[in-house]
Design a protein around this ligand. Structure first.
Ligand code: SF4
Length: 272
């Protein structure tokens, strides 16, 4: 898919944490737009995407001079009290353009110099491994949450053809863990997966979060319904996985393998 990249100088970078992210003082998005363009991405139904001509997934705005701006905003925010940051809520900080532009890396460098109280890094990209050298310096003030919605590669390809392969994400979780970076596997949104999925995660993480469209799209599933992705389930005869109770299939399987205090449901799994 052809992508349009535009450089823009933002006025602000740290946004107030609200709604689903009310446990955070701030959210931080190094980019606007996301070239992974997942079929179920609820951001498609948000103003940032609705007021844009190009389809979600085909354009990315690259934030210029982001590090200098963050340095200033972080200092100001820290002077007022505790600072907890969720990166990112409406883009993937390690989408492919980050290889070249390194906006996310530049922001991490700022946060290593002047650490926030907590940084949550949400991604589905193995590229995060490039920044292990910085993440490790944040010690227990950081958690990298790797989206792994399924263990089945054909399901991944069906719902998110432009996202990275599942095995590369699992390998990245292993590398992060071996380096001592706090991690979690985030099964969100729950997609159809195999019975062996929990076992595949067990040796890699000691924290798993499960979330779905109904609990996790910030609108009780309304935004997701507008995306009309049910046909994607129907094509594979997987309608039962579109039901609001589907998360229980995975959660109950996980409970056979993980202790209860390592399992988190929806918002609690994203808390600082
Ligand atoms: S990676 Fe996240 S932000 Fe990007 S398209 Fe997929 S769900 Fe949306």
């Amino acid at each position: 898919m052809k992508n349009e990249f535009i450089f823009k100088t933002p006025k602000t970078l740290l946004n107030k944490g609200s709604g689903y992210l009310c446990g955070y003082t701030h959210s931080l998005n190094p980019y606007t737009g996301c070239s992974f363009g997942c079929s179920y991405c609820y951001v498609r139904q948000m103003p940032v995407s609705l007021f844009r001509k190009g389809e979600w997934g085909t354009w990315v705005d690259i934030k210029l001079e982001a590090a200098a701006l963050l340095r200033k905003e972080l200092q100001k925010a820290k002077a007022k009290g505790k600072v907890t940051i969720f990166m990112s809520s409406s883009t993937d900080p390690y989408q492919p353009i980050e290889h070249k532009e390194m906006v996310t890396r530049s922001l991490l460098e700022v946060m290593v110099e002047d650490p926030p109280d907590f940084l949550f890094v949400q991604t589905r990209s193995p590229l995060v491994r490039r920044d292990i050298d910085l993440l490790i310096l944040l010690k227990d003030r950081v958690r990298v949450s790797m989206t792994v919605e399924t263990d089945l590669e054909e399901i991944r390809k069906h719902f998110t053809p432009d996202a990275p392969p599942i095995n590369a994400r699992l390998k990245t979780l292993q590398l992060l863990r071996d380096a001592g970076v706090p991690t979690q596997a985030t099964i969100a949104p729950v997609l159809p997966s195999s019975e062996a999925f929990p076992e595949k995660l067990r040796s890699l993480v000691s924290r798993v979060c499960v979330d779905d469209y109904y609990m996790g799209d910030g609108s009780g599933g309304k935004r997701t319904r507008k995306l009309a992705i049910k046909p994607l389930y129907e094509r594979f005869g997987l309608e039962e996985w579109y039901e609001p109770s589907a998360y229980r299939i995975v959660f109950d399987r996980l409970k056979q393998v993980f202790p209860a205090d390592q399992l988190f449901l929806s918002q609690e799994g994203f808390e600082p």
